[in-house]
Design a protein around this ligand. Structure first.
Ligand code: DOR
Ligand code: ZN
Length: 467
C-alpha cells in the first residue's frame, strides 16, 4: 500500500477550470496545499503515463488530476445478490474508473428497510470496499405504520439517504403511499436527510401490463408503452410537490424525460430543495439504438427518444440537472435477444465507464472538463452533504484523486473490466481520456489498470443530518 505525498507536474481541474499545480498531501491523506507552478511549465515530456518516484511522489506531467468521482447511485448487490456483483468487485470497478466514493442502494437481500437490515449490511460490507462508501436505507410499504421510527433509526446508523421506489424494479420494494410519504417528508423537512426517489408510478405501470397481449415482444417501443411517460412524469410531479410543500431535501434519480427537466427547473425556481441526476446511458443512447445494442440497453426508467437525450444535456448545462451518476446495475444472467423487451433483468453496469465516457464527450466538445468535474464530483458530493471533504481538491479535503491521461485511448473490454457482470451497451466502445491511477485518501488504490492496494474504503456515516 503506497501512501502518496505529492503529485507533481499535472493539471489540476476544478469546477472553475484548470490549474498548473502540484498537489501536496499530509500524512492523513488530506490535501495540504496546491502549489501553483509557473506558466512556463508546459507539462510536455517524452514518457507516457504516470511515474511513481521515491518517497511516494507521483510525476503526473501531461496528466490531469480530477477530484475522484462521487457516484451517488450504485447497486453493488451485497449482501444477498452477490452472483451479479459484490462490494469487492463493484468497488474495484469504481477504483479503475476513477470513482472514489459510492453510495449504494438498498435493494439488496434482505432489503434495507429497517435498522436491523442496515446494521447487517454495514457489518457485511465492512473491509470489502476499495473506495469510500455510503449506504442507503429504504422507505418501505411494510413499515408504513412505524415509518418515522424506522427512518429515524436508519439515519442514526448513518444512512446516506432514504430511497423510495415509486415504481416496480429489481427487488420490487414497494413504497409507502403518498400520505405516509408526506408525513415522512414533513417530519424530516429540516433535518437535511436526503430522500431519493425512483420516479415511475406503480399503478400506471400495473394497469399498462394488460396491454402486453397486443404488443410485439421484440419491439423496443413495446417497453416504452408499458412504462408510459405519464407514469414517470406523474411521479416526478408528485415528488416535486412533496419537496415544495414539506421543505424536505429531495433527490430525483435517473431523470430520463424532457418534461421532467422542465418540471425540475420550475420547482427549483419555486424554492424546492431538490437535486436531480441523470446517467451516461440517457445522455448517450436513445430508442433508435436498440437494433444495435439490443437487451444490453434495457434499464428502468427506459432510455427514450433522441429529443429526451438532448433535453438532458441541456438540463445539465443549464443546471436543472445537477449531476451524473451511473445507476450501476449489474446482472449476471445473460439476456437473450429472443426474450420479450419487457422481461427483467433491467439495468446497466456502469460504475467503471462513467468517467471515461464523459471525458471522451468533453474531449469531443460536448461539454468542458470542468463540467465533468461539477457533474461527477462536486455536485454529487454537495447533494449528499459530503462536500468539500469529497468532490474537491481544496486544502483540507480528502485526497481522492482520479489521475487521467487525456491522450490515452480506451476500449471497454475484458482486459480492463473489473465487475462480475458485463451487461453494458458500451461493451467494445472506444474513446479517449482514461483514468490511469486513483487515490483514495492519499492511498494509491489503482495504478495503470490494476488494483494497487487492499480494500480499505471507509463507511461514510452521514454526519450532515441534523437531528
Ligand atoms: O434499470 C434499473 N436497474 N433500474 C432500477 O431502478 C434498479 C436497477 C437494478 O437494481 O437492477
Ligand atoms: Zn438504481
Amino acid at each position: 500500500m503506497q501512501q502518496i505525498t505529492r503529485v507533481i507536474g499535472g493539471t489540476v481541474w476544478s469546477e472553475d477550470g484548470p490549474l498548473q499545480a502540484d498537489l501536496v498531501l499530509d500524512a492523513e491523506g488530506k490535501v495540504e496545499a496546491l502549489e501553483v507552478r509557473g506558466s512556463q511549465d508546459t507539462g510536455a515530456r517524452d514518457e507516457k503515463g504516470p511515474r511513481l518516484e521515491e518517497g511516494g511522489v507521483i510525476d503526473a506531467t501531461g496528466l490531469w488530476l480530477l477530484p475522484g468521482a462521487v457516484d451517488v447511485h450504485v447497486h453493488f448487490r451485497d449482501p444477498g445478490l452477490v452472483e451479479s456483483e459484490d462490494f469487492l468487485t463493484g468497488s474495484a470497478a469504481a477504483a479503475l474508473g476513477g470513482v472514489t466514493t459510492v453510495l449504494d442502494m438498498p435493494n439488496t437481500l434482505p432489503p434495507v428497510g429497517d435498522p436491523g437490515a442496515l446494521g447487517e449490511k454495514i457489518r457485511a460490507v465492512a473491509g470489502r470496499s476499495y473506495v469510500d462508501y455510503g449506504l442507503f436505507g429504504a422507505a418501505v410499504a411494510e413499515r408504513e405504520d412505524d415509518l418515522l421510527a424506522a427512518v429515524e433509526a436508519m439515519a442514526a446508523l448513518g444512512a446516506c439517504g432514504i430511497k423510495v421506489f415509486l415504481g416496480p424494479t429489481t427487488g420490487d420494494i414497494q413504497a409507502p403511499g403518498w400520505g405516509a410519504l408526506y408525513e415522512l417528508c414533513r417530519h424530516f423537512g429540516k433535518s437535511g436527510l436526503v430522500f431519493t426517489f425512483h420516479c415511475e408510478d406503480r399503478d400506471v405501470i400495473q394497469r399498462a401490463r394488460a396491454r402486453r397481449r397486443r404488443l410485439d415482444p421484440a419491439d423496443y417501443q413495446s417497453l416504452l408503452q408499458l412504462r408510459p411517460r405519464f407514469g414517470e412524469l406523474l411521479a416526478t410531479d408528485g415528488v416535486l410537490r412533496l419537496a415544495l410543500e414539506t421543505g424536505a431535501r429531495v433527490h430525483i434519480a435517473h431523470v430520463a424525460l424532457k418534461e421532467a427537466v422542465v418540471a425540475i427547473a420550475q420547482a427549483k425556481r419555486w424554492g424546492a430543495q431538490v437535486t436531480a441526476e441523470t446517467c451516461p446511458q440517457y445522455l448517450l443512447l436513445s430508442d433508435g439504438d436498440y437494433p444495435v445494442h439490443g437487451p444490453a440497453m434495457k434499464a428502468l426508467p427506459p432510455i427514450r427518444s433522441a429529443g429526451d437525450r438532448e433535453a438532458l444535456w441541456q438540463g445539465l448545462l443549464e443546471g436543472a440537472i445537477d449531476l451524473v451518476a451511473t445507476d450501476h446495475a449489474p446482472h449476471r444472467r445473460e439476456r437473450s435477444a429472443h426474450e420479450a423487451v419487457w422481461e427483467p433483468p433491467f439495468g446497466i453496469a456502469g460504475v467503471q465507464t462513467m468517467l471515461p465516457l464523459l471525458l471522451d464527450q468533453a474531449l469531443q466538445g460536448a461539454c468542458t472538463v470542468s463540467d465533468v468535474v461539477r457533474w461527477t464530483s462536486a455536485n454529487p458530493a454537495r447533494a449528499y452533504g459530503l462536500y468539500p471533504q469529497k468532490g474537491s481538491l481544496l486544502p483540507g479535503a480528502d485526497a481522492d484523486v482520479a489521475l487521467v491521461d487525456p491522450e490515452a485511448e480506451w476500449r471497454v473490454d475484458e482486459t480492463w473490466w473489473k465487475g462480475k457482470s458485463r451487461n453494458t451497451p458500451f461493451w467494445g466502445r472506444r474513446g479517449k481520456g482514461l483514468p490511469v491511477a486513483t487515490l483514495v485518501r492519499g492511498r494509491l488504490v489503482s495504478w495503470q489498470g490494476s488494483l494497487a492496494a487492499e480494500p480499505q474504503g471507509r463507511f461514510l456515516a452521514n454526519s450532515a443530518v441534523r437531528r
